[in-house]
Design a protein around this ligand. Structure first.
Ligand SMILES: Cc1cc2nc3c(=O)[nH]c(=O)nc-3n(C[C@H](O)[C@H](O)[C@H](O)COP(=O)(O)OP(=O)(O)OC[C@H]3O[C@@H](n4cnc5c(N)ncnc54)[C@H](O)[C@@H]3O)c2cc1C
Length: 422
């Protein structure tokens, strides 16, 4: 390879980056490129992305390289730059969404060598096939068994030097304003991961469902943007099976999405299932004003932090689809709009799991939000943290304020009185 473009997308790091490592090893000159899509809306995720790009640029500059930034259609802009610099090869990380797959197909139709590398998941999404046939695993447990046995590629160090040709306009990066709920970028990701592996990991198995304790890693936005290699994290965290299992869930949803790219739009199973329309109920759920404290706390955490605890995601999602009977796609859209870690495979895969149209082996399991609240937030601290109207309500009533002799001021009446059944 004479000159190669490394096309970054959601792999915004220099550590353990197979496409970058291969280009730096094999090509004489390397052009790291990110094409900003002007259609990406303002908001949490865009701000986070811009911080990630600024950090990536700094890391590449520290290695004699640079990050070239362009705006527009990714294939058109990449091919324009390729013609300008005389590029013979494009290296990129393979991805699973329908958007990513369409991009890959378009590049494959261009007159240039287009090479795909792993890096977005621990195990590549097409690496494992069930012994009974089929192009992907539909059930988690057999996938987990195959996943743990699959040989892993080595974790790669960052390249020592990135020889970006001089005289190339680097392109301006818009400034993220104001600062988002978490700092973006690889240094912040590595610092958080180091801290988590030292102080958080060993308590994960017992503490990860404790809503108020907030004892999960909060690494999801960094994994979403690829500031952290999932393979490196899985290797470093191997002493906690329960944590590594969560990373396997992430891979699981990615391999389902690879096989069924319409996962964000169509029922994976039960195409006949229909949902109710109720704009007022949907709006109350979105705003955290359903009158069911555990649901409202989760929805308000999402609005305040751009993140929600996994147990709260399960409770709020089950409430929307099972108790209100509304469409899981409405939930997907709202979560996707606000989550820093919002991602097609994990968001839609989990929503369909909860709705009973996905990969749950017990799609009709009951899910009682009140029982969940009392089990995972027994003292009500999580609810009080996010629902100030209930800040002064004592434990026996904080999850059921309708049992108080006079309702707390400003807090709505229950939207769905069937939520404690089932
Ligand atoms: C309805 C619903 C929607 C969700 N949408 C998303 C989403 O858009 N993006 C996203 O990254 N996760 C999503 N999840 C999964 C999970 O809630 C988050 O990954 C987790 O809460 C992130 O917090 P953490 O990093 O502290 O997780 P930890 O518990 O510390 O787990 C470590 C990592 O494992 C992965 N992981 C954990 N649980 C899951 C899971 N159930 N499915 C897939 N990967 C998992 C994540 O990458 C996470 O960062 C969703 C779950 C539900 C129920």
């Amino acid at each position: 390879m004479a000159t190669a473009i490394v096309l970054f997308n959601r792999d915004l790091r220099v550590h353990d980056h197979p496409a970058l490592a291969a280009a730096c090893e094999r090509a004489e000159r390397v052009v790291p490129l990110f094409v900003l899509d002007p259609a990406v809306p303002e908001g949490n995720r865009r701000g986070f992305l811009l911080e990630c790009l600024a950090e990536l640029r700094a890391a590449l500059r520290a290695r004699d390289g640079d990050l070239v930034v362009r705006q527009g259609d990714v294939v058109r802009e990449t091919m324009k730059l390729a013609a300008e610099v005389g590029v013979t090869t494009i290296c990129a990380s393979a991805d699973v969404s329908s958007l990513a797959r369409r991009r890959e197909e378009r590049f494959a139709g261009e007159r240039i060598e287009y090479l795909l590398f792993p890096g977005v998941t621990v195990v590549p999404p097409d690496a494992l096939r069930p012994s009974g046939g089929g192009d992907h695993y539909r059930v988690f447990t057999p996938y987990w068994r195959a996943w743990t046995r699959h040989p892993r590629r080595p974790v790669l160090p960052p390249p020592r030097a990135v020889r970006t040709p001089s005289g190339l306009a680097a392109g301006r990066l818009p400034r993220p304003q104001p600062p988002g709920p978490a700092p973006g970028g690889e240094p912040a990701a590595r610092e958080r991961a180091d801290r988590w592996l030292r102080h958080g990991l060993d308590g994960y198995a017992d503490g990860h469902d404790d809503l108020a304790g907030d004892r999960t890693s909060r690494l999801s936005p960094y994994l979403r943007f690829g500031c952290l290699s999932p393979l490196e994290l899985a290797c470093r965290a191997e002493r906690s099976e329960s944590f590594v299992r969560q990373l396997c869930w992430r891979d699981f949803h990615h391999q389902v999405t690879y096989a069924f790219p319409r996962i964000g739009r169509e029922n994976y199973r039960h195409p006949e299932r229909r949902w109710r329309q109720d704009p007022d109920a949907l709006q109350a759920w979105q705003a955290g004003m359903t009158g069911l404290p555990i649901v409202d706390a989760g929805m308000r955490q999402l609005l305040a932090e751009g993140w929600m605890h996994n147990r709260a995601r399960l409770i709020t999602a089950a409430y929307l689809v099972r108790h209100l009977g509304l469409d899981w796609r409405d939930g997907v859209r709202h979560f996707f709009q606000h989550l820093l870690d919002g991602d097609v495979a994990d968001n839609s895969g989990n929503w369909q799991w909860v709705a009973g149209t996905g990969n749950d082996t017990r799609p009709n399991r009951t899910f009682n939000p009140l029982r969940q609240a009392k089990r995972y937030d027994p003292d009500g601290h999580y609810v009080r943290r996010y629902v100030p109207e209930l800040a002064g309500v004592p434990a026996p009533y904080v999850h059921e304020p309708w049992r108080l002799p006079s309702p707390p001021a400003g807090y709505p009446a229950r939207l769905d009185s069937a939520a404690d059944q089932g």
